[in-house]
Design a protein around this ligand. Structure first.
Ligand SMILES: Cc1cc2nc3c(=O)[nH]c(=O)nc-3n(C[C@H](O)[C@H](O)[C@H](O)COP(=O)(O)O)c2cc1C
Length: 177
């Protein structure tokens, strides 16, 4: 697909078919996350790919009851290892969240390019998921997404539900309050 069409037509998908994603397609999507940039190229990310139905069911509870989390054939849990010193600038430990978020964005856009749906899940119980999946103490969950073919084949379309460019761009310095 054309690059800007991928970006424009990626949508949050909250209803999925059960159809499994071919291994070769999954590899391409995961590889897009793997090659994302990160601060000092630390690549602090790990991705847990959940296929097991019982584990997916429990993940619904840990994602505030969002049922569609268990609907797609795969559920990706994107984690990042905390870095305990400031690598420059003010971000310090927050930089791991930025790094993992960039990788997840690569993943969601690569999925769209393959006709596969995702939905960024930010409402989840970090500690609960860590305990349930055996994630080490110095690693946190940054985001989750189901990965599967959308129930509605027409879901991939442009949205009008965004601010206008004039509302979000300043030149040279901040304008207004
Ligand atoms: C950080 C973040 C957290 C989000 N958390 C959730 C979530 O827990 N559940 C959900 O259904 N959607 C979640 N979303 C999806 C947003 O609601 C969605 O991206 C936004 O409404 C724009 O719609 P679009 O993705 O279709 O363009 C989240 C998105 C982001 C970026």
């Amino acid at each position: 697909m054309e690059f800007y069409d991928v970006i424009k037509t990626r949508r949050s998908v909250r209803s999925y078919k059960k159809e499994m994603i071919p291994e070769s397609v999954l590899k391409r999507i995961l590889n897009a996350a793997r090659i994302a940039p990160s601060g000092s190229n630390r690549q602090p990310w790990k991705f847990i790919i959940i296929k097991d139905e019982k584990i997916k069911r429990k993940m619904v509870d840990l994602c505030e009851g969002q049922e569609f989390v268990a609907q797609a054939p795969l559920l990706i849990v994107a984690c990042g290892k905390n870095i305990h010193y400031n690598r420059g600038g003010w971000m310090g430990d927050y930089s791991v969240i930025v790094d993992v978020a960039i990788a997840v964005d690569h993943l969601t856009l690569a999925a769209r390019n393959e006709g596969i749906g995702t939905c960024w899940i930010g409402s989840f119980d970090n500690q609960g998921i860590k305990e349930f999946l055996g994630i080490p103490e110095d690693v946190n969950v940054v985001a989750l997404t189901p990965l599967g073919y959308p129930e509605d084949p027409n879901i991939f379309k442009e949205t009008k539900n965004r601010k206008k460019l004039e509302e979000i761009i300043f030149y040279d310095k901040w304008e207004g309050k």
